[in-house]
Write a protein that binds this ligand. Structure first.
Ligand SMILES: NC(=O)C1=CN([C@@H]2O[C@H](COP(=O)(O)OP(=O)(O)OC[C@H]3O[C@@H](n4cnc5c(N)ncnc54)[C@H](OP(=O)(O)O)[C@@H]3O)[C@@H](O)[C@H]2O)[C@@H](O)CC1
Ligand SMILES: Nc1ncnc2c1ncn2[C@@H]1O[C@H](COP(=O)(O)OP(=O)(O)O)[C@@H](O)[C@H]1O
Ligand SMILES: [Mg+2]
Length: 277
């Protein structure tokens, strides 16, 4: 077991090269937010934009369009009932599932367009629907971000058995290809290529709806803009809770949107410890 420390973030977040443009830092499609859970799409997208993704498009229920535009003009918004195949073909990263509810048709349509070139984050309702419908993993480099109940459904490991890492590895190796697992709890762990990483920052001030939606957006931003996907996931998991821990020095609860807002300053601080070569 390896403890996650600030070192991983310093390793991943570099000063940006001058010769660059928005395409350099990755294109993300977020598929999230049904009629009732538009906040999840907003929190995904805010975290992705503030986390440094070059271009973010949100495919969501049309009732969420005005709210998304008003909250986050940097993000583009499309109706998730439209044909998303061209959009999917043009992005590097797809984050799907936060607040998606029971939108099974949309999940299936997105999944069939995914290819090996995509980095795919499966969160929230995507995991629950895939478990209920027994859907196979889609193509792409897969990152799963379940909380304990979602992992019980998706990985078929009872919550009580998740404390034993062998049980989680057994479920993971049965999946093909083996995904990266971010198993969220008050003791979040990352299962990644035979190594178990333990988060040692963060705390109960994070127990607020939308906290996981924000983490998923940060992961999307980091894997979109940083070369090494595995390290990018670890750095995202660490940054999310490290920012919360800092905010909690003066706040009883740390809101997901506040964590997103703190990302640019946190990332600059980390990058400044890595002077350009
Ligand atoms: N503003 C928005 O739009 C928001 C939209 N959201 C979206 O809603 C969708 C549904 O997500 P969900 O997580 O709320 O529901 P579900 O999958 O049924 O899990 C809850 C059940 O699991 C149990 N449980 C056990 N261990 C647990 C653990 N460690 N962490 C958490 N739960 C744990 C828990 O136990 P209990 O609370 O009863 O003790 C309960 O029985 C999803 O797509 C999400 O993105 C949310 O982000 C909120 C803000
Ligand atoms: N007591 C706690 N200590 C540390 N982290 C917590 C605690 N409670 C929740 N979290 C973190 O908050 C996030 C919750 O994710 P999730 O349940 O998916 O939220 P949501 O779906 O509402 O956005 C996870 O990253 C989890 O590790
Ligand atoms: Mg969640």
């Amino acid at each position: 077991m390896i403890k996650l420390t600030e070192k991983i973030v310093q390793e991943v977040i570099q000063v940006r090269p001058r010769q660059s443009h928005k395409g350099t830092f990755g294109k993300i499609l977020i598929v999230a937010g049904n009629q009732d859970l538009g906040g999840a799409a907003i929190m995904n997208a805010q975290a992705a934009v503030f986390g440094g993704a070059g271009l973010v498009t949100v495919a969501t229920d049309p009732v969420n369009k005005t709210a998304l535009h008003a909250r986050l003009p940097e993000a583009m918004v499309v109706d998730y009932h439209q044909d998303l195949s061209n959009l999917i073909a043009g992005v590097d990263v797809v984050l799907i599932g936060s607040g998606l509810g029971n939108e099974l048709t949309i999940l299936k349509q997105v999944q069939k367009e995914l290819t090996d070139k995509h980095k795919v984050i499966l969160d929230g309702s995507a995991l629950t629907m895939m478990a209920q419908e027994n859907l196979p993993l889609p193509q792409g480099q897969i990152i799963l971000t379940p909380h304990q109940m979602e992992w019980q459904r998706f990985g078929q490991v009872a919550i009580a058995d998740q404390a034993k890492e062998d049980n989680n590895w057994e479920a993971l190796v049965a999946m093909n290809p083996e995904p990266i697992l971010v198993l969220k709890s008050d003791q979040t762990q990352v299962y990644l290529e035979n190594e178990l990483y333990q988060l040692t920052v963060g705390g109960p001030y994070q127990a607020t709806g939308g906290m996981g939606d924000t983490l998923a957006g940060i992961i999307a931003a980091f894997v979109a803009q940083f070369q090494d996907t595995k390290k990018a996931v670890l750095a995202a998991v660490y940054s999310h809770s490290a920012i919360a821990e800092r905010l909690a020095e003066t706040a009883y609860v740390t809101l997901p949107t506040e964590i997103a807002q703190a990302l640019p300053a946190f990332m600059k601080e980390m990058a400044d410890q890595n002077p350009p070569l």
